[in-house]
Design a protein around this ligand. Structure first.
Ligand SMILES: [Zn+2]
Length: 405
C-alpha cells in the first residue's frame, strides 16, 4: 500500500481522467458510461477503459438501472456505474481543545459510526498527538468490531497553519512545537495513509460537498470557536495560497497594538472574537466565577449584565470590520458562518450588519448573503472525512497505475 502523501498535482493524464470519471460518478450517484463521456466531453472508449480500471480497483461497481426506452422492448436493462460504498472505510477527525470527534464513513461518505474521545491535554507533543489520535481511532473502530488496520485513510483537522500538501504543521494551538513535519510521525504511528489539514478548510470542504456551499463557485466559510478560521473557495476550488496554508483570518489585524492573541501577536481578530478572548475579557473584569463558556456570557447579557453586553458588542463590531474586509478583498457570492454552537447572535446583529455595510467599498451592489450554519458536533469531523475520501481516491487511482506498470 502506498503510504506517501497524495497529490492531485502529481497525477499523469490517464490518472487524471480516472479521477475525473470517479468524481463525476460520486457527484451523480449513478450514471451510465455514455452519459459520463458526454458530460466530460471525452470518448466512450476512454470512459470504458477508465471505468474498467476503477472497477478492478474496487472503487466503482456496475448496477442495473431502468431499461432504456428504446431497448426496453428487448428487455435489456441499462448498466449504470456507482461508487462501491462499503469497499473502503475512511476516518475523519477533528482535534479540539477538550475532545477529539471521530466519524467513520464508507467510500460514498455514509456515516458508519462516530465517537467522542475526551482529551486530557489541550496541547501535545507531535508524538503524543499521533498516539492520542490512534487511541481515539481504536475506540471508534471497536464500536463496530473493526480494527484500525481496516482503515483506508485517516484525515485529521486541527486549528492553525497547516501545509496540507506536505502534512506539515507550521503552528497549531494543539501542538507544543512549531514547524513539525507530521508525515514521519503519522507514518510511524498509524497503519494507513493519513492526511492533516487546517480545520476551517475542512469545514469549507464539507460546505462545498454537502452544505450551504453546494453549487456555489465563490464563497467563504468563517468558523468561530476557540479561534476564528477561514476557508476560501474560489472558482470551485479550495484556495490554499503559496505555502499551502490558506488564510488565517483570525490573525488579520483589526487594531494597531491591540489585544494579545494566542499566536503571540497583538490586535488579531480572534483576540476579540474567539471564545477564549470573550472569556478572558469577562475574567479580567472579575466575573470569572462559574463562567466557562460563551453561552454563559450570552446568558448574562440576556439577564442585563452590562459587562457581558459590552464584551459581546465589541466582538460584534470587530467581526463586522473583519467581514467587510473579506468582502472588499474577495467579493464572494456568499459568506457562511459555520459552527457547532448556537451563540452566534452577537456576530450577525443589526449593528454588525451596519458595520459591514459601512466598511464595504462598493456601496452600489447588494452585500453578499451572510448565512449562519449550525452544524452538529460532527461538522468538522465530517469535513475531515470528505477530505479523507478525496485523498484516498487519489491514492487508489495512483495504485492502479503502479500495478499496471
Ligand atoms: Zn493572532
Amino acid at each position: 500500500m502506498l503510504k506517501s502523501k497524495a497529490s492531485q498535482n502529481s497525477l499523469d493524464q490517464r490518472n487524471a481522467t480516472r479521477l475525473r470519471v470517479l468524481e463525476h460518478i460520486r457527484t451523480k450517484g449513478s450514471i451510465s458510461r455514455i452519459d459520463i463521456a458526454s458530460a466530460l466531453q471525452t470518448s466512450p472508449a476512454t470512459v470504458t477503459a477508465a471505468t474498467a480500471d476503477l472497477i478492478s480497483a474496487g472503487l466503482v461497481r456496475e448496477t442495473e438501472g431502468e431499461a432504456h426506452s428504446r431497448s426496453a422492448k428487448r428487455g435489456r436493462p441499462r448498466v449504470l456505474l456507482q461508487l462501491d460504498g462499503p469497499s473502503y472505510l475512511v476516518a475523519g477527525l477533528k482535534v479540539a481543545r477538550q475532545v477529539i470527534s471521530v466519524i467513520l464513513v464508507d467510500f460514498e461518505g455514509n456515516e458508519v459510526t462516530s465517537h467522542m474521545y475526551a482529551l486530557q491535554d489541550a496541547r501535545m507533543s507531535p508524538r503524543d498527538f499521533v498516539r492520542t489520535v490512534r487511541l481515539a481511532l481504536e475506540e471508534t473502530c471497536a464500536k463496530i468490531d473493526r480494527t484500525i488496520d481496516g482503515l483506508s485513510g485517516v484525515s485529521i483537522g486541527i486549528a492553525g497553519l497547516v501545509d496540507a500538501e506536505r502534512n506539515f504543521v507550521h503552528w497549531s494551538s494543539s501542538i507544543t512545537e512549531r514547524n513539525v513535519n507530521f508525515a514521519a510521525f503519522l507514518d510511524e504511528g498509524l497503519p494507513c495513509p493519513a492526511f492533516i489539514e487546517n480545520d476551517a478548510n475542512l469545514v469549507a470542504k464539507a460546505e462545498q460537498l454537502f452544505g450551504l456551499g453546494k453549487g456555489l463557485s465563490n464563497f467563504l466559510v468563517v468558523t468561530i470557536e476557540h479561534g476564528v478560521g477561514l476557508g476560501i473557495v474560489l472558482d470551485g476550488k479550495l484556495f490554499r495560497g503559496n505555502h499551502g496554508c490558506g488564510a488565517e483570518f483570525g490573525h488579520a489585524k483589526v487594531q494597531l497594538d491591540g489585544a494579545l492573541c494566542q499566536c503571540g501577536q497583538r490586535g488579531c481578530l480572534e483576540a476579540y472574537v474567539g471564545d477564549y478572548a470573550l472569556i478572558r475579557e469577562m475574567t479580567v473584569a472579575g466575573q470569572s466565577s462559574a463562567l466557562e463558556t460563551v453561552s454563559d456570557i450570552h446568558d448574562r447579557a440576556h439577564a442585563g449584565d452590562q459587562r457581558a453586553i459590552s464584551v459581546l458588542a465589541r466582538a460584534g463590531q470587530m467581526f463586522g470590520l473583519g467581514l467587510s474586509n473579506l468582502i472588499n478583498l474577495f467579493a464572494p457570492d456568499c459568506i457562511i458562518l459555520s459552527g457547532a454552537r448556537v451563540s452566534f447572535e452577537h456576530l450577525c446583529s443589526d449593528d454588525v450588519m451596519a458595520r459591514i455595510r459601512n466598511g464595504v467599498v462598493n456601496v452600489d451592489t447588494a452585500l453578499p448573503e451572510i448565512k449562519v450554519h449550525h452544524w452538529g458536533d460532527l461538522m468538522w469531523a465530517k469535513g475531515a472525512a470528505a477530505y479523507g475520501i478525496e485523498q484516498v481516491s487519489i491514492l487508489k487511482v495512483q495504485e492502479i497505475a503502479a500495478h499496471a506498470s
